[in-house]
Design a protein. Structure first.
Length: 349
């Protein structure tokens, strides 16, 4: 009995009832598989984990496996995305793990470029890429703006400092070293987005992450996407997860810990920032530009104008700004005052 050589890259693709989704007259699942098999890179396997589908998903995957030995179908009882991801990690043989979803497509050079980056940068643990938002920008403008924002985060520094605003990666765009699983743990199951939790955990452990400037993935936005339908991705769960990691970051990096100044005094901003108080963080004051709010006492804390911002080196500010473009307006103002991101302030929403 012969064993095929160990591939450099294992493409991990969890699949659940994906056979019926059609795009441009073809099954989206088949488009995804074909985009992987068309890679300009030889040393890979596609670990396609069927999460107990009750449609033709497994049959389709097995038909590809019969035609191409690089396709490895794995069938498990239905257990959800985390169970499927971790089953795929167990089956994967590559030294690098590339994520892929069954309703997206990747560009032919994706694996080659990402693997080359990890080969050339031993200090880099994870590399992503820019993605093309392939959904409807008019209907799903918020999601499109999120994708545009992630595409601005290329350096390890930007990714690390921006991670408390949103997840800095489209999950199916990443490739990471398989050794990170043994070092820092696999996907965790709980009331939170499993990918964001993994990035926060690994970044906290010091894993270096970067993003290639090339656009190498078409990220579609079907109505069945888990981030739209599953309770784990609910906004309250998202902020509970983020707050837990943010509180630990502040304890390690805020020289004025546990005191912070919160920029943003709207109802939503206060609700999110108040979660930090459950972790022992003390809020010095709220900062806002709305004259109707300035001078009020809300949640036991005074609302002040921007003139109450601490001098550089004498306080740490955390910005919770929900409005579109608000953070982009704030940062030049703070820079003009000499504030440095990660030292004097951080954006948290």
């Amino acid at each position: 009995m012969t064993t095929s050589p160990r591939p450099a890259v294992s493409v991990l693709m969890p699949v659940y009832n994906a056979a019926s989704l059609q795009r441009d007259g073809q099954s989206a699942l088949e488009s995804a598989v074909q985009s992987v098999l068309a890679q300009q890179y030889d040393s890979f396997e596609l670990v396609a984990v069927d999460d107990g589908s009750d449609d033709d998903t497994l049959r389709i995957l097995k038909s590809y496996a019969q035609a191409d030995s690089r396709v490895l179908p794995v069938s498990i009882p239905h257990g959800g995305i985390v169970a499927a991801l971790n089953a795929g990690l167990e089956a994967a043989r590559g030294r690098y793990i590339a994520r892929m979803d069954a309703d997206d497509t990747c560009h032919p050079e994706r694996l080659a470029l990402q693997a080359a980056c990890l080969d050339a940068s031993p200090q880099t643990g994870l590399v992503s890429c820019r993605v093309n938002f392939a959904g409807d920008r008019e209907v799903n403008g918020g999601y499109a703006r999120y994708v545009d924002w992630t595409n601005t985060l290329l350096t390890a520094e930007d990714i690390a400092l921006e991670r408390f605003r949103e997840s800095p990666f489209a999950h199916p765009s990443v490739m990471f070293r398989a050794s990170l699983i043994a070092e820092h743990g696999k996907y965790a199951d709980g009331p939170f987005p499993e990918d964001y939790e993994l990035w926060l955990r690994w970044l906290e452990a010091g894993v270096n992450m970067q993003k290639l400037p090339q656009t190498l993935l078409n990220w579609y936005d079907p109505p069945t996407r888990l981030s739209r339908t599953h309770a784990n991705y609910d906004v309250d769960n998202f902020y509970a997860l983020k707050t837990r990691y943010l509180a630990r970051w502040l304890a390690q990096n805020n020289p004025h810990h546990p005191e912070i100044t919160i920029i943003g005094a709207g109802k939503t901003s206060r609700r999110r920032a108040n979660l930090l108080r459950e972790h022992g963080i003390t809020i010095r004051c709220w900062i806002d530009v709305d004259p109707r709010k300035i001078g009020n006492i809300v949640d036991g804390i005074r609302v002040c104008g921007r003139n109450a911002l601490p001098e550089t080196g004498k306080g740490f500010c955390l910005a919770y700004l929900a409005g579109h473009g608000a953070a982009e307006e704030l940062e030049p103002f703070l820079a003009a005052k000499g504030y440095r991101k990660g030292i004097d302030y951080l954006l948290a929403s």
